[in-house]
Every structure is written in structure tokens, then in C-alpha cells.
Design a protein around this ligand. Structure first.
Ligand code: GLN
Length: 548
């Protein structure tokens, strides 16, 4: 029988429930268990793809092309498992499905209600992950905070699960926050007590409480929580804010979390988790290292969550190259104006420049300005999706000697549409459905930065390709509408742009780089989704090396 851990949140949002779920996944995997993780989002959007980054932060893309919550990025980075579309669903998807069934007449004349129809659809989707993944344990994180009206059907569904699959096969963990009050900095348990009361009101008694706090939690507070919330003292897990997210699995294991789960759910205890590799990695993370300054030029510079995976990928590459990455977030719209050159001075002080993905024309010229600087001054540049398109626009403006060059996304009437929709995309108007999403193959051209970067990481694959005469092919995740316009390939390659990665049929440019430059490279895909703390992405690593 499969086991389910349900994670709810109390008091406030954004206290690290996603990281906690991900870290639990790592701890259980390190005990030899097969783990799947899933996020249930209570909002009505079908997916976060059409939401502003201000609302939602980064949209994480899975191999199979689902646009999902950024918590899935934590799950993948911590457990080192590729997730699928089944790992994240929203109230929007649930209602969509229920209403379609209703229209088809599947409910045979019944009145459709939240209980049982909506809750059954929620349970069906939880079971789907259990089936599809072959996992022993499914960690299921309920988004939002207990007490929110919109989360009620989810709480009811997970309450019912206990009856459906049995008490031994379900465990409820509530993640709360201990605010500190006044000059004494006293940690208050009252909000946690209230949120546990709300949870009980929904029929769920938590088996464990993870108490998030900015400072260490002392034993008094721990026993108070145990008493008022009616859980074992050792099932109150204090979780102070740590310097690096990747410390959390080690902390959980140290606090006996793995044993607790095994006992509570009758899982044969195979002894402590083997986190040897993780510990070695943490030592490398914590070791003092020389600094490397990277400027990230984007529209949401004041909201780093919008670029979560990019930031993490740089950190991963930094650890592998023995550097502490210091990121300077440069707002691309402000860079456009930048009258006294203050932002440009910050770019000049950086060892390398990253232009991440994005949509819409705001801030585009600021990004082009950063690319011009990188090209002219031979500063390492890494372009991610939009960042590659920017690099191509900038180079083409230089080669064709006209500012008319643009993407039709930003100037539909441009005379030089170097980035454009493919002919078969032109008539589609549904914003949610026109994107190239998920993993696609890309063929690497030998003797390029891209080839060398991947060949270092995947020496055996590169070697096999070289001996058989087949192309060295990689797979990377996409999320974009526009493509490099092939009409310009010849002219730009003559001028020094190398198309170092293309689709197997050679129709689409996937990676472009500059020949006479130490490292100016852009990818049409998003490499940041595949970087792992103990396995940095080849392109990020090559970029960081170039910066060094
Ligand atoms: N806006 C660009 C496109 O749709 C780039 C998208 C992105 O950076 N993710 O092609």
C-alpha cells in the first residue's frame, strides 16, 4: 500500500513549505524509499502560465511541458527526480474537468457538488501521481494557508483520503510560523495554535508540526506547541531560517524526522538516511570561496523569485567552480534610461552578464544595451531564451548596421524580423496554448562552446556520438513562442555567429554563440530547469568558468 504525507501551511504563506516538502523528499529517498511529490494549488487559473511573475514568481517547466508552480523546482533540485504534469494541479483544472464531465452527461443527472464531485476529482488526481510514479510515498503539499476559503475542498479531500487508504498510510504535517514580538524577541505560539484549531475544524488532526522561525526555537516553545496542538513533543520539529536551503534535509534528519515518519506509518526502518553526498556538497557550499559578481539584467530585478531557478543554477555552478556568486539584480527598464550611468557602472563591475527569459517589450532595449556591452568588451554573457533572442537582435543590429532589427514580439512591423513566429503559429490566438513547451532534442555542433560544455559533463555520450558518427544530442526544456528567423542564418554566420545547437531537422536554432568572443552564448531553451545542486548545468558551469 502506498503512503501519503499531506503537508498543510498555517499562519502565513511563504515560510518555506515547498522547500520543506522537497527536503522531506530527499531525506526519504536517502533512506531507500521511492518518493513522489505533488503540489495542489487552490487558485482558479488552470496553470500559472498566464499569471504575472508579480503574482506568482517563476513558472517552472517540466520535461513533459507543464507550466507549474516554482515549488516543483525545489522538488526536482532536492530529490533529483524529473516530475511530470501530474505533479501539480490547480482548482482551475479540477473544476474544468468536473464541468466537462457534467456537460458530457457523465454524472447521469445528479446534482454536482463540491462534496463529493470536486473532492473526488482532487483525490483522483492525487491517486494519479501515486499510480504514474511507482513511488512508495507521495508527499502532497497543499498550497495556501489553512483557513483560506479556497483551500477548503483540498482539506476535505485529504481528510477523506485517511478513510480511503487507512490511518497508517496517511500522515498530516502542518508547517507553521512562530512570529517574534517586541524587544525581547519572544516567539509566539498563539497563531500556530489557532491555525491547528482551524485544521481540526476541517477534520484533520496534525501528526507533526514543523515550526518555522527566524531564530532557533527553544525547548519551552516546543513543549508548549506540543501541549496546545496535541502532538508528541518529538513530533514538533523546529525549523529555524538557515543560510542555504540545502541545509534543510540535513536538519530534518538530525531532528529525527525520518524515524518519526517510519514509525508513524509503519514503514520498515532501514536506518538513518544516507546523506553522505549531500553532506559533502554542503561542505563545498559552506566553504569560504572567492567572490564572483554576476549581473542579471531583467524586468523583474526587484522580484528575484521570478528567476528562482536561474539564481540557483548560478549558485550550483559557483560551488562546482569554487566561487561564491554575488548577484547584482539590474532592472532592464531602468537601464534603458540610466541618465547618470549608474546602472551601467554596475554592469561594468560584474564579471559576467546573464539575460534571463521574459515576455513583452518593456525593458527590451535595456537588455540589448547590456548585450552590446558584453559583445564589445568581451565580457561573458549567458542568454536564456529571451536572452538568446536579445543577443541575436543585438548582433544583427551591429552586422546589418541598423536599429530596425527586432523581434516581431516587440515590433510587429519591423523590416528585419530576426526573431519571428514560425509560419504555422501565426493564426493561433489562444495565449495559453501557443507555446513550445517542454523537452525537445538539440543537436550540438562540434568545436563550439556549447559542445565542449556538454561534452565535459557527458563525456561518455559525446564519445559514443563521436565514434558512431551520430550527432551529440541533448534534451532541454522550452517555454517560448518566437524563434530565430532562418532567413538570417547565412548572413549572421558569415559575420561570426555560430549556431552551435539546432533541432535534429535543422529547422530551429536552439543555441547561438559568437565566434570571436570568450563566451557569448544564448539558448532558446531554459537550461536553469535542469541544474541540480550536486550536478550543475553544463552551460552555467561553462559561463562561470569563463567569468573566472
Ligand atoms: N518572449 C519570448 C518568446 O516567447 C521569450 C520567452 C522566454 O524567454 N521564455 O519567444
Amino acid at each position: 500500500m502506498k503512503k501519503f504525507i499531506f503537508l498543510t501551511g498555517g499562519v502565513v504563506s511563504s515560510v518555506g513549505k515547498g522547500v520543506t516538502a522537497a527536503a522531506m523528499g530527499r531525506v526519504l529517498k536517502a533512506r531507500g524509499l521511492r518518493v513522489a511529490i505533488q503540489k495542489l494549488d487552490p487558485y482558479l487559473n488552470v496553470d500559472p502560465g498566464t499569471m504575472s511573475p508579480y503574482q506568482h514568481g517563476e513558472v517552472f517547466v517540466t520535461e513533459d511541458g507543464a507550466e507549474t508552480d516554482l515549488d516543483l523546482g525545489h522538488y526536482e533540485r532536492f530529490t533529483d527526480e524529473n516530475l511530470t504534469r501530474a505533479s501539480n494541479f490547480t482548482t482551475g483544472q479540477v473544476y474544468n474537468e468536473v464541468l466537462q464531465k457534467e456537460r458530457r452527461g457523465d454524472y447521469l443527472g445528479k446534482t454536482i457538488q463540491v462534496i463529493p464531485h470536486v473532492t473526488s476529482e482532487i483525490k483522483r488526481r492525487i491517486a494519479l501521481v501515486a499510480k504514474a510514479t511507482n513511488a512508495d510515498i507521495i508527499i502532497c503539499e497543499v498550497g495556501g494557508t489553512v483557513g483560506d476559503i479556497e483551500a477548503m475542498p483540498f482539506l476535505e479531500a485529504i481528510r477523506q483520503m485517511r478513510r480511503d487508504v487507512g490511518r497508517d498510510n496517511t500522515m498530516y504535517i502542518h508547517v507553521t510560523f512562530l512570529p517574534m514580538v517586541g524587544a525581547t524577541g519572544e516567539q509566539k505560539t498563539k497563531p500556530s495554535q489557532h491555525s491547528v484549531r482551524d485544521l481540526r475544524g476541517a477534520g484533520i488532526q496534525p501528526d507533526a508540526i514543523i515550526a518555522r522561525s527566524d531564530l532557533p526555537v527553544d525547548d519551552d516553545v516546543r513543549s508548549k506547541l506540543a501541549l496546545f496542538c496535541d502532538v508528541d513533543a518529538r513530533a514538533v520539529i523546529p525549523m529555524p531560517t538557515v543560510k542555504s536551503l540545502y541545509e534543510v534535509p540535513l536538519l530534518l534528519e538530525q531532528l529525527g524526522f525520518g524515524n518519526l515518519i517510519c514509525e508513524r506509518m509503519n514503514i520498515p526502518n532501514r536506518g538513518p538516511a544516507d546523506l553522505t553526498d549531500w553532506k559533502t556538497m554542503m561542505l563545498a557550499v559552506q566553504r569560504p570561496k572567492p567572490e564572483l559578481k554576476i549581473a542579471i539584467v531583467g524586468k523583474y530585478a526587484d522580484l528575484p523569485d521570478a528567476y528562482f531557478s536561474v539564481r540557483e543554477s548560478l549558485y550550483h555552478a559557483g560551488v562546482a567552480c569554487d566561487r561564491t556568486i554575488k548577484i547584482d539584480w539590474i532592472n532592464s527598464e531602468q537601464l534603458e534610461r540610466d541618465k547618470n550611468g549608474e546602472l551601467m557602472a554596475r554592469i561594468m563591475a560584474a564579471h559576467g552578464i546573464v539575460v534571463p527569459g521574459g515576455f513583452g517589450e518593456r525593458g527590451i532595449e535595456g537588455k540589448v544595451k547590456a548585450a552590446t556591452y558584453a559583445r564589445e568588451h568581451k565580457v561573458p554573457y549567458l542568454g536564456l531564451c529571451l536572452g538568446m533572442q536579445i543577443m541575436c537582435i543585438e548582433f544583427a543590429r551591429h552586422v546589418l548596421d541598423t536599429d530596425e532589427v527586432n523581434s516581431t514580439e516587440f515590433d510587429p512591423a519591423t523590416t528585419h524580423p530576426i526573431i519571428d513566429l514560425m509560419p504555422d503559429q501565426r493564426d493561433i490566438s489562444d495565449m495559453g496554448g501557443t507555446m513550445r513547451l517542454g523537452a525537445y532534442p538539440c543537436k550540438l555542433q562540434p568545436e563550439t562552446h556549447a559542445y565542449r560544455a556538454y561534452a565535459e559533463a557527458e563525456a561518455d555520450v559525446a564519445q559514443a556520438a563521436a565514434t558512431t558518427g551520430h550527432a551529440f544530442t541533448i534534451h532541454e526544456r522550452h517555454r517560448h513562442r518566437y524563434e530565430f528567423n532562418n532567413q538570417y542564418r547565412k548572413q549572421l554566420s558569415a559575420a561570426g555567429m555560430v549556431f552551435s545547437g539546432v533541432s535534429p531537422d535543422n529547422h530551429l536554432v536552439e543555441i547561438s554563440e559568437l565566434r570571436d568572443h570568450p563566451f557569448m552564448l544564448g539558448s532558446q531553451f531554459h537550461p536553469e530547469f535542469k541544474s541540480r545542486p550536486n550536478r550543475p548545468h553544463p552551460l552555467f558551469k561553462a559561463f562561470v568558468k569563463a567569468c573566472i
